[in-house]
Design a protein around this ligand. Structure first.
Ligand code: F6R
Length: 246
């Protein structure tokens, strides 16, 4: 695991955009896994800007969203599919047929999880997985627990995660209780992983991810075992990391 610290959120996002653009130039038909949430917003904006400026081409890129709330459709403003449409897909030249996301409205959620995992595999796996990290060190919606769940699965969101994500909903009680998430194996099979972490609210989670024991109680800690995991953090998130990183 490599860790790079930037002074600010803006610098971290610019470094992330540069990393993604380099990946797409190196492999124009890359398969990318995409986190939603607050952290990657500026990264996606910068990718949109770079595409508009002709600096990067998404024509052959394929994407897989990391997760989705159960019960929210693609047209629901708080669904992750809607988020990705607004923040990235509508701003780059990505083919509609190259966009994949778990269907939170599927009638048979277990079958949907199996379908989604198989679709990732059929695409040849993920070349670059873009992750955020929850304040409880979750990645995707792999919540802290007694074991890692390998495959795409249904998750009951923890109260910590519901509280953290309530800011996106009109009323806190609207925050869904359930989600579909790629599993830890889906994530760890990616060729490259880029984890973004910003702000003081992530300090403890980032410490656990980088320096803590590798344990499903801090799911991001598993990334220490990945061959090509890059952590980009701003100074606020990195404030507990040991001297050698800062
Ligand atoms: C979202 C996702 C989550 C978020 C995490 C951090 O698709 O998979 O793991 O990355 O909850 O969210 P923010 O960036 O809003 O702090």
């Amino acid at each position: 695991m490599e860790v790079r610290i930037n002074d600010t959120y803006e610098e971290m996002s610019a470094a992330a955009a540069e990393f993604v653009i380099r990946q797409l130039r190196h492999k124009p038909n890359s398969v990318i896994g995409l986190a939603a949430g607050g952290t990657p917003c500026l990264l996606y904006q910068l990718l949109g800007d770079a595409c508009a400026a002709g600096e990067v081409d998404f024509a052959q890129v394929r994407t897989f969203s990391l997760d989705e709330y159960i019960g929210l459709g693609a047209d629901h403003p708080q669904s992750y599919r809607y988020f990705m449409e607004k923040r990235l897909f509508s701003r780059v030249n990505l083919a509609a047929a190259h966009i994949a996301a778990p269907d939170g409205m599927a009638a048979d959620i277990a079958a949907e999880c199996a379908r989604y995992g198989a679709a990732i595999e059929a695409a040849g796996g993920i070349d670059l997985m873009i992750l955020g990290i929850g304040p409880n060190a979750h990645i995707g919606f792999n919540e802290p627990g007694p074991c890692f769940v390998p495959d795409t699965h249904v998750v009951e969101l923890s109260e910590a995660t519901r509280t953290a994500n309530a800011r996106f909903f009109a009323r806190p009680e609207d925050t869904p209780h359930w989600a579909i998430s790629m599993g830890v194996r889906d994530i760890m099979l990616a060729q490259n992983i880029l984890l973004l972490s910003s702000g003081a609210g992530k300090t403890e989670a980032l410490y656990q991810a980088v320096c803590g024991d590798i344990t499903p109680e801090a799911p991001a800690s598993v990334l220490q075992l990945h061959r090509n995991a890059l952590v980009l953090a701003d100074r606020a998130a990195a404030s507990r990391l040991p001297e050698k990183y800062v």
